[in-house]
Design a protein around this ligand. Structure first.
Ligand code: BG6
Length: 283
């Protein structure tokens, strides 16, 4: 809480040393621990005072991915969300946040009435993040959306992403479209910024005897991003060497748009599951 007594963040405590921390600013998940180990990356230079989107954790991109008529990645990641519920359940604990249109968004280039309900649910080995998008306007609208997850890895050299073989991607660094991924195991060793579209199955990130499975609901695409040394040096809220400790594997619908008519709702999200060599969830 800040000095005005307003809620700044909420900490969820789950079983077996699991926890999650969520800032009301952007409803940004800034920490996820499973078995006592931090799974998300947040830059040591990240702004956590509301002056800028958080550099790390899970910023929420809505209603625009990337540059465009609105500020980069839209307004959801820089608005204060309202905490509307939190409770313990049989397997863990959840918190729910809400964001609706306001004067500022109605005056923006995306002027529609909407309700977003975001549920973050923690168990011993999972974190699920799901948003219910509702059109509360009297006309159709469309948008792109993404969960911009920064995974913490011990060393980028040993991080492997699977589940992308044969998928077509747009390479934003090389400005090439419709490139086919030939690899089963994708490793990053340069500035990479790729949008894989219509990814069919489960994607995972593995490192040092552990794997994080990324299951999606109703999101079609995966963005893979690491700024590497040269881009890192250009970012004021990212340490020069921190690209070695993170990989962004982002679930969303960004290559196409989600369209909703008045009253229509769609729920989209991800279920992240930790699997380890050392436990019941054998790799
Ligand atoms: C990724 C985009 O999702 O986010 C990149 O594909 C972008 O192009 C990156 O650089 C970070 O964006 P931002 O606005 O948080 O610096």
């Amino acid at each position: 809480n800040n000095s005005a007594g307003e809620l700044e963040r909420i900490v969820l405590k789950g079983p077996k040393d699991s926890s999650a921390e969520i800032y009301v600013f952007g409803a940004t998940v800034t920490s996820w621990k499973s078995r006592g180990k931090e799974r998300l990356f947040v830059s040591t230079k990240a702004k956590l005072d509301g002056s800028k989107a958080v550099r790390g954790g899970i910023p929420l991109v809505f209603p625009q991915f990337g540059p465009g008529a609105l500020p980069q990645h839209g307004f959801a990641r820089t608005r204060r969300w309202e905490l509307v519920g939190a409770a313990v359940h049989g397997e863990g604990v959840y918190a729910r946040f809400e964001l609706t249109d306001n004067e500022e968004t109605r005056a923006s280039k995306w002027p529609y009435k909407f309700v977003l309900q975001y549920t973050i649910d923690l168990t011993a080995t999972t974190l699920s993040t799901i948003i219910k998008y509702e059109n509360s306007d009297d006309c159709d609208f469309d948008f792109t959306a993404l969960m911009h997850t920064y995974f913490r890895v011990p060393q980028i050299d040993c991080a492997v992403v699977t589940g992308l073989k044969d998928v077509l991607y747009a390479d934003k660094v090389k400005s090439a479209d419709n490139v086919k991924e030939e690899r089963d195991a994708v490793k990053i060793n340069a500035n990479e910024d790729r949008v894989y579209s219509n990814v069919p199955g489960v994607v995972s990130v593995s490192y040092g005897g552990e794997r994080v499975q990324i299951r999606r609901f109703n999101y079609k695409d995966i963005v893979l991003w690491n700024p590497w040394a040269e881009k890192a040096a250009e970012m004021s809220d990212f340490g020069d060497d921190e690209y070695k400790q993170m990989i962004c594997v982002e679930v969303g619908t960004v290559a196409s748009k989600i369209r909703l008519s008045p009253g229509q709702i769609i729920s989209c999200g991800q279920l992240l599951t930790i699997e380890s060599n050392n436990d019941d969830n054998k790799l």
